[in-house]
Design a protein around this ligand. Structure first.
Ligand code: ATP
Length: 683
């Protein structure tokens, strides 16, 4: 960051009646200086300039508010609350210590509290106060009560309002359920463990989740890794089939934000339905159900993404042709996508969101699943929900999950949190839990230090070469590394025909997926870019790779932009291999077990994927996961990031941190995403 000096305040600039734009010019110059200093992006100061062009008499508060709002949106917030803005709340604004003098100098001449900010903003015709001003296409909006107003960019206000309205409408009235029939099927689908008297059995949240989802046009099923979200979703589909008046017409769609997550969802659902068929015998034809579920698709593909436009083929005027949509990895769904999904759903269709509310939110603005799951842990079920659950499942909700007042939120009646992990136990589970709970911030580092099982390993205080060593050779207790797939690459296909080539490519992709380096940041030696270069270089030195030019056999890549025409989507990971016939290079991708390839030269938007950001790793799991923490991680290093990285590890987790104490520091920082989603009436 270049040094920033407290520039003359705009209000202090001489006010000449003949040059009314002088204070505005001074303020815009200040915002430009902030951009040069790295406090704002070009986009942010340009937005303030745009607002000034629309309203030459814009008060300073409006221009500063516009620039900060644009910056906030870039950091994933959907709005800017005025109270913390007035108080220069550092947790919210996240500006460095060096900038404090400049901030104080500017803020001295801005309104002192949120009421005064509100009054200043309301003077301008470019700001619409919801509930007061008519709709005139204003680019900025203020919503929320006078005591806690929030400033929005028009687009985000519309998304948020439309998601809130759709959620409220979908939760307003439960759908009618034949409770006796539901009970019969739920008892079949979730038989009590033999020999356990009913009153002693722990609450079967999976069974409750199915009952809840059966009566809702929206349901949310949250839980950590391995808590059985997909297992439950498969049983829910069986339940819907069993209780539907015309089961042969039930149309089901599976989707996820990335292709990989979508493929995993389909595989897990298919596997669960097959196992379930064996236990149900002839009671239900689940094979027919499996055949009728379309391929799991990315949300982009489901909604019909079109090149060069934000609009999808499906929307309110051309809704999806479905009765049930199950979306996995819903924590990655950003506000704009959720708004598009809800808009494209037919009125009577059911939406089931599966996800881990504690994972990182989407890169783009919004933390929709986190917001919607605000009450998931507490339950807050009302008496009617408790009665319905008892009738349909035989389970009595423990009182601590009941709302004692008459203020039970409608959304809570449609939300279930799964609390018991079936797969994710042992040292990795304990580490993830310690990070998430954050009760003892030093505990995660201690667990890494003291683990004797080989599942966990931690190096704090560098060097970066420790990451390279793990990538090349793994470690004791965690042998998976990049050598695995490169040895397969060197061996070549077992035969010359297409089948042998496909088997070889598939084995390479699976082997590559056993290991991954995850980074908190993109830039620098400890970031994704530097580590990709260093790992590529080290693999070449070890003669495991021969990188020549941009494209070479063995180069793993991640797609960074959707290209529906090529069938590749943001986040897809592929490996470059010699083509079967032409001798050229093709990038091979796996969708579940289906292999496909694209000529390398046609892929314009990709980056090397030896190291990737934790954000992009969501929806994937690796046998051995290495998390790299850079000292300069800024406010990216938060608890949710560390938790997400740990829960990507199936058998072994390694941490390499540039500096001692980074892990503890990260555990203490929780993400804060401003949004008004739950403040809109009805949610
Ligand atoms: N009630 C249950 N009885 C037996 N096995 C179960 C039960 N619930 C889940 N499992 C098993 O536990 C494992 C994890 O379940 P599942 O994959 O559904 O979890 P998940 O929450 O979807 O995980 P992730 O977040 O990683 O996608 C699976 O092997 C599943 O078959």
């Amino acid at each position: 960051m270049s040094p920033i000096h407290a520039s003359p305040s705009p209000a202090a600039a001489p006010h000449a009646a003949t040059a009314p734009s002088a204070p505005t010019d001074a303020l815009l110059a200040t915002l430009d200086a902030w951009t040069d200093a790295g406090l704002l992006r070009q986009l942010d100061s340009a937005f303030a300039r745009f607002i000034a062009s629309l309203d030459p008499a814009a008060p300073p508060a409006l221009l500063v508010g516009a620039a900060v709002l644009a910056r906030m949106e870039g950091r994933g917030h959907s709005c800017l609350p005025l109270a913390p803005l007035a108080a220069t709340d550092q947790d919210l604004l996240a500006w460095p210590m060096e900038a404090q003098a400049a901030i104080a100098a500017l803020w001295q001449n801005l309104p002192a509290d949120s009421a005064a900010w509100l009054a200043a903003l309301q003077q301008s015709p470019v700001v619409r106060r919801i509930g007061h001003d008519p709709e005139l296409g204003q680019p900025l909006l203020v919503d929320g009560p006078d005591t806690a107003p929030r400033l929005y960019l028009r687009r985000y206000w519309q998304y948020e309002r439309s998601v809130a309205a759709a959620v409220a409408a979908r939760c307003a009235q439960p759908e009618p359920v034949d409770e006796a029939r539901a009970r019969t099927w739920l008892d079949r689908l979730f038989p009590a463990a033999p020999g356990t008297p009913a009153h002693e059995a722990a609450v079967d949240w999976q069974k409750l989740a199915c009952a809840i989802a059966l009566r809702g046009r929206l349901s949310i099923l949250t839980g950590g890794p391995g808590t059985g979200k997909t297992y439950t979703a498969a049983r829910l589909l069986a339940l819907m089939l069993a209780t539907h008046p015309a089961p042969e017409r039930l149309r089901i769609a599976l989707a996820a934000p990335t292709g990989k997550a979508a493929a995993r969802l389909r595989q897990a659902i298919d596997g669960s339905l097959q196992a379930l068929q064996r236990s149900l015998g002839g009671h239900l034809d689940l094979a027919a159900l499996t055949r009728r579920i379309g391929a799991a698709r990315t949300l982009h593909a489901l909604l019909g993404a079109r090149p060069d436009t934000r609009r999808f083929r499906h929307h309110a005027g051309n809704p999806l042709d479905v009765d049930v949509v199950i979306v996995d990895e819903a924590s990655m769904v950003h506000l704009e996508m959720m708004a598009a999904l809800l808009e494209a759903l037919p009125h009577g269709a059911r939406l089931v969101l599966l996800g881990d509310k504690d994972q990182l939110a989407s890169v783009e603005a919004g933390a929709v699943l986190g917001d919607l799951c605000r009450d998931a842990s507490d339950g807050r079920y009302d008496a009617e929900t408790a009665r319905y659950l008892l009738a349909t499942t035989g389970e009595a909700l423990p009182t601590r999950y009941l709302e004692p007042t008459d203020k039970a939120p409608a959304l809570a009646q449609h939300t279930v949190m799964l609390r018991e992990s079936r797969r994710f136990e042992g040292p990795i589970g304990a580490l993830a839990h310690a990070v998430n709970a954050a009760r003892d911030p030093a505990l995660p580092a201690r667990l890494l230090r003291e683990d004797a099982s080989g599942a966990l390993h931690g190096v704090e205080g560098g060097p970066v070469a420790a990451v390279i060593a793990l990538a090349l050779g793994g470690r004791r207790g965690a042998p998976a590394c990049y050598r695995d797939y490169l040895e397969l690459l060197a061996r070549g296909p077992a035969g010359k025909d297409a089948e042998a080539h496909a088997a070889w490519a598939t084995a390479i992709l699976h082997a590559f997926d056993r290991f991954r380096v995850l980074c908190a940041v993109r830039e620098g030696d400890w970031g994704m870019a530097g580590l990709n270069r260093a790992i590529e270089h080290a693999l070449a030195r070890a003669r495991l790779l021969s990188p020549r030019g941009t494209w070479y056999a063995g180069r793993p890549v991640m797609v960074t932009r959707n290209d529906p025409a090529l069938g590749v989507f943001n986040g897809d990971i592929g490996i470059t291999l010699p083509a079967l016939e032409s001798g050229g290079l093709r990038v091979h991708f796996l969708d579940g077990e289906a292999l496909r390839s694209v000529a390398a030269s046609r892929l314009a938007h990709v980056e090397t994927a030896f190291a990737m950001t934790v954000h992009k790793s969501q929806g994937s799991e690796f046998e051995h996961t290495v998390l790299v923490l850079a000292a300069q991680s800024g406010n990216v290093l938060v608890r949710e990031l560390i938790y997400t990285a740990i829960t990507r590890a199936r058998k072994a987790f390694s941490l390499v941190a540039e500096r001692e104490g980074l892990l503890e520091h990260g555990v203490l920082q929780a993400t804060r995403r401003e949004s008004g989603l739950l403040d809109f009436q009805g949610t």
